[in-house]
Design a protein around this ligand. Structure first.
Ligand code: NAD
Ligand code: DAU
Length: 350
């Protein structure tokens, strides 16, 4: 069946993979990428699909309600896949209000735009909100986040995402808006902005710069290859239960320091360095305030209900990711200039 879908944040890391998957897999769908092109949005992420006849780009800020109204009236979407967000925890500690504006108010603006356009005729319509496992807070040494885990966000980023999740569910319960949500663990892969751990460290190894490991380096994250997140989003969008929530994760926990050592080893092999060359760059630095100790997702529900599971091992996915960065140094150079340089100096001092 033909569909028109607005993907918000389609010029970002995960959004660009979702846009690519939908544009290439569903030739009869119209895919509209609605993105403000903040520092994290980059149309270079979408070069290979930008001239596809079923792909359209609209530069708009989700805080601009008039622009949203015009775009919604212009395309009359059946579905919204909402990924636009401020997404970096460290930036949320430096400027929390930006996260309230985009992640909370921006999400409510989109809910209103969908509700207004669809009036009370919700047949065949869906608002899909893409969220994070960080809303659940931090785990101790054992246990996993399930869909029933109580929300307990600690950073301004996760608090803003938690608030947006609550608004999405409130619009379902109050107005009957058909919604679905997913809460995913840490993604990695091509087009990841080099402020996040893996791409930052790949870039720093290439440039022989220190690798700033926060605190004792024993924080744990559950890593998922971004293309596997995109296939999960495709399944949840098409087959997920309306009103439901799906946790998405890699069944793949790594302590930061172990991950960094694996990354150094793979980089040294690929760069033809002597073993141990990049390990020398590892530098322990001041911890992130409010740093969550451990995240780990129980993805049993999406596996059992929708048959989803990750397609690559972490070693394979990481190797593919490093290869992509080594083959796309121009992309890296473009995104690490200008405003990003100023942010880097503020965060890491040089
Ligand atoms: P990103 O920072 O790479 O991209 C965000 C995109 O949103 C950019 O293209 C940016 O231009 C756009 N954007 C930001 N503010 C906007 C605004 N006001 N109006 C319109 N567009 C705006 O983010 P990402 O890592 O791709 O994350 C995408 C979504 O997935 C976010 O909602 C994030 O919370 C969620 N998520 C991310 C991860 C992860 O590991 N990266 C994991 C789970 C969930
Ligand atoms: O869990 C999902 C979340 O994963 C997403 O919702 C966020 O959008 C995404 O940014 C990511 O959040 P994290 O804070 O876990 O990712 P980040 O890459 O910033 O950090 C990963 C771990 O590495 C974390 O424990 C902090 C640590 N770290 C990070 C950076 C940038 C360092 O030790 N040094 C660093 O320089």
């Amino acid at each position: 069946m033909k569909k028109t879908i607005i993907i918000t944040g389609g010029a970002g890391f995960i959004g660009s993979h979702v846009a690519r998957l939908f544009v290439t897999k569903y030739a009869d769908y119209n895919i509209i990428n609605l993105d403000a092109l903040t520092y994290a949005g980059n149309l270079e992420n979408l070069r290979d699909i930008e001239s596809a006849s079923n792909y359209h780009f609209e530069k708009a800020n989700i805080l601009d309600t008039a622009a949203l109204e015009n775009i919604f009236l212009k395309y009359c979407p059946d579905g919204i896949i909402h990924l636009a967000a401020e997404s970096h925890v460290d930036r949320s500690i430096l400027s929390p209000l930006d996260f309230v504006y985009t992640n909370v108010i921006g999400t409510v603006n989109l809910l209103n735009a969908a509700k207004t356009l669809w009036k009370n005729n919700f047949e065949g319509k869906l608002f899909y909100h893409v969220s994070t496992d960080e809303v659940y807070g931090a785990l101790g040494d054992t246990g996993l986040f399930t869909e029933q885990t109580k929300y307990d966000p600690h950073s301004p980023y996760s608090a803003s995402k938690a608030a947006s999740d609550h608004f999405v569910r409130a619009y379902h319960d109050t107005y009957g808006l058909p919604v679905v949500l997913s809460n995913c663990s840490n993604n990695y892969g091509p087009f990841h902005f080099p402020e996040k751990l893996i791409p930052l460290f790949i870039n720093n190894i290439i440039n022989k710069k220190p690798l700033p490991v926060y605190g004792d380096g024993l924080y744990t994250r559950d890593w998922l290859f971004v293309k596997d997140h995109a296939t999960a989003i495709d399944l949840v969008f098409h087959k997920g239960k309306t009103g439901g929530t799906y946790n998405i994760g890699g069944f793949n926990e790594w302590k930061n320091i172990d991950l960094v050592k694996l990354l150094c080893k793979q980089m040294d092999e690929k760069l033809g360095n002597a073993p141990g060359t990049s390990d020398v760059l590892i530098t322990y630095v001041k911890d992130r305030p409010g740093h969550d100790r451990r995240y780990a997702i129980d993805a049993t529900k999406i596996n059992k209900e929708l048959g989803w599971k990750p397609s690559v091992t972490f070693e394979e996915g990481l190797s593919q990711t490093i290869d992509w960065y080594l083959q796309n140094e121009e992309w890296l150079k473009h995104v690490t200039s200008g405003a990003y340089q100023r942010y880097y100096v503020k965060m890491y001092g040089g």
